[in-house]
Design a protein around this ligand. Structure first.
Ligand SMILES: Nc1ncnc2c1ncn2[C@@H]1O[C@H](COP(=O)(O)OP(=O)(O)OP(=O)(O)O)[C@@H](O)[C@H]1O
Ligand SMILES: O=P(O)(O)OC[C@H]1O[C@H](OP(=O)(O)OP(=O)(O)O)[C@H](O)[C@@H]1O
Ligand SMILES: [Mg+2]
Length: 282
């Protein structure tokens, strides 16, 4: 059985379980369940704190985990990213009261509050800055108001939490993060069970990113049309009963679909349809 760590709480938990469910795996029915065996797919899911997942995977007791890139790096664990998953996207930034800091050099001699000491310590060391770092478990935005630190380093998505606390970001982003699949560094990625798991998740990613587009066009416009819808490998072209017309089928990035439909219409294509892809193996 493949043993997989899944976040049990927080921003990563819901989307991770939703993706696994979309990939055909059973998922727990209630948030108190800590382990779930999916015998049909020969997988065992362990619902763990997001912060602990890299540690478990690096120990080799679990084969694979889903966590945040920032949490992986912060942990310093002997684990590595093998597939980015496109959700729980965030940046990791310094923030302070407006006008109190412009760049990393302003941190010298100051105190930085964070839940991600590993990332901050390394970033300060790499930048040659001597600052104190204080660890807080969460809600670090409040640390400045309460005088525990002059600067915070935290996850920023919409920026709402910072605005609400009267803070603003400064300096370059320390890192960009998203949910990722991890394994122990150097672990066997050729294991067929691991490969099958990754293919399933890749299938979900593709299904989320592309739509299937079908349309009819005159044979003389085919090259122009195909240039607009090159697909992943090559579009499927079928003859129509009407002489001089062909039907085209191709995958198109969802974000481009409306523009591509307009452009196809403009060159004379008709009966342009898009349909959702529910699953795929490329
Ligand atoms: N508002 C957000 N939007 C997107 N991703 C986020 C957001 N907050 C956190 N994340 C991402 O989720 C992961 C951390 O999740 P979360 O903050 O829920 O866990 P935690 O802080 O370790 O746990 P907890 O806060 O429950 O103690 C990180 O990868 C982080 O980048
Ligand atoms: O830019 P925003 O969209 O406001 O998102 C960022 C906030 O989300 C996370 O907090 P979380 O909800 O995990 O609480 P925590 O601080 O207790 O970890 C993070 O620590 C920020 O506070
Ligand atoms: Mg949090």
């Amino acid at each position: 059985m493949l043993r997989i760590a899944v976040p049990n709480k927080g921003s990563l938990s819901g989307p991770a379980s939703a993706m696994l469910h979309e990939a055909g795996y059973q998922q727990r029915k209630e948030s108190k369940e800590l382990v779930l065996v999916d015998p049909e797919n020969e997988v065992e899911f362990f619902y763990l704190r997001p912060r602990d997942i890299a540690i478990y995977v690096s120990s080799g007791k679990l084969d694979i985990g889903i966590t945040g890139r920032d949490l992986l790096i912060d942990s310093g664990a002997n684990a590595e990213e093998i597939l980015p998953l496109g959700f729980a996207r965030s940046t990791f930034r310094f923030a302070a009261k407006p006008g109190t800091a412009q760049g990393i050099d302003d941190l010298a001699g100051r105190t930085v509050a964070t839940s991600y000491e590993g990332i901050v310590d390394k970033h300060l060391a790499d930048s040659g800055i001597d600052a104190s770092v204080i660890h807080l478990d969460g809600a670090v935005e409040t640390a400045i108001e309460l005088g525990v630190a002059q600067v915070i380093a935290d996850v920023v998505e919409t920026g709402t939490s910072l605005r609400n606390a009267g803070l603003e970001v400064f300096g370059e982003p320390i890192m960009k993060s998203e949910a990722v699949v991890i394994r122990r560094t150097g672990a066997d990625i050729d294991d067929p069970k691991v490969q099958q798991f990754l293919r399933r998740l890749q299938g979900v990613l593709v299904a989320r990113t592309y739509v299937m587009m079908d349309y009819d066009c005159r044979a003389e416009h085919l090259e122009q049309a195909v240039a607009l819808t090159p697909g992943l490998e090559s579009p499927t072209i079928s003859p129509l009963h009407n002489e001089g017309w062909v039907a085209v089928r191709s995958m198109v990035p969802t974000k481009d679909a409306q523009r591509v439909m307009d452009d196809l219409y403009a060159i004379g294509a008709r009966a342009i349809l898009t349909t959702a892809i529910h699953a795929c193996r490329l």
